[in-house]
Design a protein around this ligand. Structure first.
Ligand code: FAD
Length: 477
């Protein structure tokens, strides 16, 4: 006799991945239960994209308006603005409330059942939930269980989280006043964004990173422009450097970090607080041993997102791959298409996932870095363009930026074509500009193609300019 279930789909977690699964599954006519142990919206709304992008925006706005001399040249006279950090945090809280309410409304509109509580997988198709408010335990069953349970910040064994001195992105919101100084361990996306924010707020910012370049896997040549820019704002980078010791002095309210670098040997830096941004790991303590992990510690899934427990699927930050919201959202759609309509899941290796770091200027990329192509032995050509010489940029004296396009030969129907395989930006609005590049990389478009497609004039920057790259590359400094 076939087992009957209360729901078609149970979704554990309501971040971008879980919301994506729940909404799409309900739209496909499936009966859905969502379970969330914290707040609706997951890491993205509560400790990730929403607070970090909000603080980046507000502090950048003030920064732009601070250059009164520059503004005078535009005919604008205004007093230098000041930043009120508690008010900025209040603005973030309002945005978070808005998003949480929106999720609830979207669930209600689709008759999705939602419970707040901590889920535990009992066996295939069966989940136990300890309800958040009542502490009552209840079991639920479904044909499919989808884990969109996300990830949490990785820690350094020698730097346990401390409520007053050592923070991660999960606890940073408890810092209610601007620290005099901050040491950020890890110069990836999260570290660079918050480093920019605290620098604009007036903190002395120091980075320590084991890699030789900033921005994680981003193209090292392009991210180096950002490093120089941030250094010009007074931010210090210690790269190729490994933390050796952290000592909290509670009386002086300072933390001493000892690190060793390849070039300078052992050094110390004393700051008010430490912010750890050293990667992310899965929430795994609650998963049964039948659900296996990958060698990176994430939940192992096959090509259809199914875990090693039948009927249990996982997506988003909880599985291998970049820890970004649009990956979780894309995987959610693919998974529901598979569960509801049996549509095959596209290969995860071939999908073009853009990466954006919302510093100012922004860093954005789609496709591999030049260093990765070189390491893989792939033939390639690079095209580098300075943005300060083209289009609408010429009307803005402070505009600057770089774009690096990487092309590679593609054998197609007996012909060799040089097609775009990666685009790396360092510029204002790079995160928006990269949208055009995603289509180019996804469709393996030749660079010349953009010369034949009309774009509006004058634009700040677009791939259209790249076919004239030789003309403009002369302006590179
Ligand atoms: P999550 O959003 O982490 O959601 C998982 C949810 O599952 C959580 O709410 C958790 O409470 C819940 N959960 C876990 N276990 C259980 C359980 N047993 N029972 C019930 N509920 C459970 N990405 C971008 O694309 N762009 C950005 O600009 C960006 N900025 C970021 C900035 C910061 C500071 C951080 C930390 C992250 C940022 N990210 C960004 C990454 C993005 O937030 C994540 O990739 C995204 O939230 C992952 O979505 P998810 O649905 O897989 O998991």
């Amino acid at each position: 006799l076939e087992e009957t279930f209360e729901f078609d789909v149970i979704v554990v977690g309501t971040g971008p991945g879980g919301i994506g699964i729940a909404l799409k599954a309900a739209d496909c006519g499936l009966k859905v239960l969502t379970i969330e142990k914290n707040e609706l919206g997951g890491t993205c709304v509560n400790a990730g994209c929403v607070p970090s992008k909000g603080l980046c925006y507000m502090s950048h706005l003030a920064d732009q308006l601070s250059d009164c001399e520059e503004l005078e040249t535009y005919g604008i006279s205004a007093p230098k603005p000041t930043l009120n950090y508690p008010q900025m945090l209040k603005k973030i809280e309002n945005a978070q409330d808005y998003h949480r309410n929106l999720v609830l409304k979207l669930f209600q509109e689709r008759k999705i059942t939602h419970v707040f509580g901590t889920a535990e997988i009992l066996k295939p198709h069966h989940v136990k939930v300890i309800h958040r408010e009542t502490k009552e335990t209840r079991q639920y069953s479904a044909r499919f269980i989808c884990l969109a349970c996300g990830s949490k910040p990785s820690l350094l064994p020698l730097a346990p989280v401390d409520p007053d001195f050592v923070y991660t992105s999960d606890t940073l919101d408890s810092v209610k006043s601007v620290p005099e100084s901050i040491t950020i361990v890890g110069a990836g996306a999260i570290g660079l964004e918050y480093g920019s924010v605290f620098s604009r707020l007036g903190s002395k910012v120091v980075f320590i990173d084991a890699f030789g370049s900033i921005g994680g896997n981003l193209d090292a040549e392009i991210s180096h422009y950002q490093q120089i820019y941030m250094e010009s704002k007074g931010i210090t980078f210690h790269l190729n450097s490994k933390i050796e010791n952290i000592e909290i002095n509670r009386e002086n309210r300072t933390v001493m970090t000892t690190f060793s670098s390849e070039s300078n040997g052992r050094e110390n830096v004393q700051t008010s607080i430490i912010f750890l941004c050293v990667g992310r790991t899965v929430h795994s303590d609650w998963l049964p041993s039948e659900i296996q992990r990958t060698n990176k510690g994430m939940i192992y899934v096959d090509s259809n997102f199914e875990t090693t427990m039948k009927g249990v699927f996982a997506i988003g930050d909880a599985i291998d791959g970049p820890k970004i919201a649009h990956k979780a959202e894309w995987e959610a759609i693919c998974l529901v298409n598979y569960l509801a309509n049996n549509t095959p899941v596209p290969s995860r290796d071939s999908v073009c996932l853009p990466c954006v770091i919302y510093t100012q200027p922004e860093l954005a990329a789609v496709g591999p870095s030049e260093q990765a192509l070189k390491a893989a032995g792939t033939p390639y050509t690079t095209h580098l363009l300075a943005f300060n010489s083209i289009g609408r940029d010429t009307t803005q004296t402070k505009s600057e930026g770089r774009c690096k396009i990487i092309t590679s030969p593609l054998f197609h129907q007996g012909v060799v074509e040089d097609v775009i395989v990666a685009v790396h930006y360092w510029s204002a609005s790079a995160g928006d500009l990269v949208a055009e590049a995603i289509l180019a990389v996804e469709n393996r478009i030749p660079l010349e193609f953009f010369g034949n497609v009309p774009h509006a004039h004058p634009l700040f920057k677009s791939l259209r300019f790249m076919h004239k790259v030789d003309l403009y590359s002369t302006s590179l400094q």
